[in-house]
Design a protein around this ligand. Structure first.
Ligand SMILES: O=C(O)c1ccccc1NCC(=O)[C@H](O)[C@H](O)COP(=O)(O)O
Length: 216
């Protein structure tokens, strides 16, 4: 049975097997994310993702996360995997975001890494060309992964800020801190990966359920 979706829309990212997809659905997540980044412990290949995406219940959005992917790779992805959204998690400049959105006919969410106030204007810029923006913690210099590091930024920095497109809060969210993050930022959508894992790349059904419940 699938839980009723909460008011706050939750995205659970980095799912790698059917049991995790089913648990995310039971928990009431609104989006599931599949990571296409070979260096990540959460990475899936096209065949795996196609099978997982086909099993996602109607009404739950299937998001493909890519990092500075080339056109040919994106073409193969979109042809093979049934998707509802592309998440661009690299250094894709605004004109490329606009081009990919037009070319593939899918809504695009652009992730923007935030560490301090100087990172905030980029959100405004991407909000002009993307369907959604993901306000994520900036990965530390030299990190292997550009996201999914379980790190938070100072949420007070974006308290009261709004963008002209829907946005999601991400970075170091857990079942224990998500309610406070929502309270401080006013986010209506949240994204989590490592905070609902028992080990890197292994999603924990109990933590997913607790996360969605705590998000409200
Ligand atoms: O999760 C990964 O392995 C990953 C790899 C490459 C780019 C981004 C990646 N993850 C992004 C996310 O899962 C989330 O959108 C976000 O960064 C929050 O992650 P977390 O702090 O682990 O909750």
């Amino acid at each position: 049975m699938t839980a009723a979706m909460s008011d706050i829309r939750v995205k659970i990212c980095g799912l790698r097997d059917r049991a995790a997809v089913e648990a995310a659905a039971r928990a009431g997540a609104a989006y599931v994310g599949f990571v296409f980044f070979p260096r990540s412990p959460r990475s899936v290949d096209l065949a795996q993702a196609a099978e997982l995406a086909a099993g996602v219940p109607v009404g739950m959005a299937r998001v493909a996360l890519t990092v500075d992917a080339e056109d040919a790779a994106l073409e193969a992805l979109v042809e093979t995997v049934p998707l509802d959204m592309l998440q661009l998690h690299g250094n894709e400049p605004p004109d490329r975001v606009a081009r990919l959105r037009a070319r593939f006919g899918l809504p695009v969410m652009k992730a923007v890494g935030v560490a301090d106030e100087a990172d905030l204007p980029a959100l405004q810029e991407y909000a002009r060309v993307a369907d959604q923006v993901l306000v994520d913690a900036k990965a530390p210099k030299g990190a292997v992964l550009p996201g999914g590091n379980g790190l938070s930024f100072d949420w007070r920095m974006i308290a009261g800020r709004r963008w002209p497109v829907p946005w999601m809060l991400a970075g170091g969210l857990t079942p224990e801190n998500v309610a406070e993050a929502i309270r401080l930022t006013g986010a209506r959508q949240v994204d989590v990966s490592s905070g609902v894992e028992s080990a890197p790349g292994v999603k924990d059904a109990v933590r997913m359920a607790r996360f969605v419940k705590a998000a409200g």
